[in-house]
Ligand binder design. Structure first.
Ligand SMILES: CC(C)(COP(=O)(O)OP(=O)(O)OC[C@H]1O[C@@H](n2cnc3c(N)ncnc32)[C@H](O)[C@@H]1OP(=O)(O)O)[C@@H](O)C(=O)NCCC(=O)NCCS
Length: 199
């Protein structure tokens, strides 16, 4: 099998939504059925300004140079990542602003962090394809050429930052924006991380 990284157009994402959500649920080890709750949200995100998505797909070696092979956008998916420009009417930004306020940040600091950023919303690699650099490759592709001065993301807190997501973000130079934050309606603590762009 040969692995390719591809850009997903809005149409590709709509067509492949079931596969992308399947990877998300398997990667996060969420119960089956979670994808049904998430589908409308992922579709709504496609309409947000600056929405960009990438995927890792795999193709049998014999099909790589076959002109009659199906397009890469239809090939089996190993991973998916997407994001969009942050904006004040987005729930996530409102939560982050609240967290910054609670942490004592002043207006100018909050504005500097939230006025112009790319939100790295999702990055997931199927468990069978994790640990070979695909997550990093997807994040690099997604962030390449972004015009925003920074990127922000949230990730669940984990003891000692000991999981692949944390290792990836630290390796890519993400630093703490807020730690131990509780998003409304979620009992788990999250970290908000960020870094300047370009990567
Ligand atoms: C987090 C996640 C996206 C990272 O993707 P990944 O492809 O597994 O990991 P990376 O791209 O960081 O790969 C690096 C790992 O591959 C290994 N690797 C092997 N070959 C490699 C190569 N050619 N280049 C880079 N890394 C390579 C590295 O040693 C490293 O191992 P380590 O994580 O044990 O230190 C993925 O593990 C995942 O989907 N996890 C579950 C869902 C999740 O947590 N999503 C993020 C929520 S915020």
């Amino acid at each position: 099998m040969t692995t390719f990284l591809i850009d997903l157009s809005p149409g590709d994402m709509k067509r492949r939504l079931g596969d992308a959500l399947g990877i998300y649920v398997d990667a996060m080890r969420y119960p089956r059925g979670t994808e049904d709750q998430r589908a409308s949200m992922w579709l709504e995100h496609i309409r947000r300004r600056g929405w960009t998505a990438v995927a890792a797909v795999e193709v049998p070696d014999h099909a790589v140079d076959d002109p009659d092979a199906p397009p890469l956008a239809a090939a089996p998916m190993l991973g998916v990542a997407y994001g969009y420009c942050g904006a004040p009417d987005q729930w996530w930004q409102q939560q982050v602003v609240q967290g910054l306020e609670r942490g004592g940040a002043d207006r100018a600091e909050i504005a500097e962090l939230t006025n112009d950023y790319f939100e790295l919303t999702e990055v997931h690699i199927h468990p069978r394809a994790q640990g070979r650099g695909l997550g990093e490759a997807l994040v690099r592709r997604l962030l390449a050429g972004r015009t925003e001065p920074q990127v922000l993301l949230s990730t669940p807190e984990v003891d000692e930052e000991a999981n692949r997501a944390w290792r990836l973000y630290r390796r890519l130079g993400f630093t703490d924006v807020i730690r131990g934050y509780h998003f409304a309606g979620d009992p788990r603590p999250f970290a908000i991380l960020g870094r300047d762009l370009p990567l």
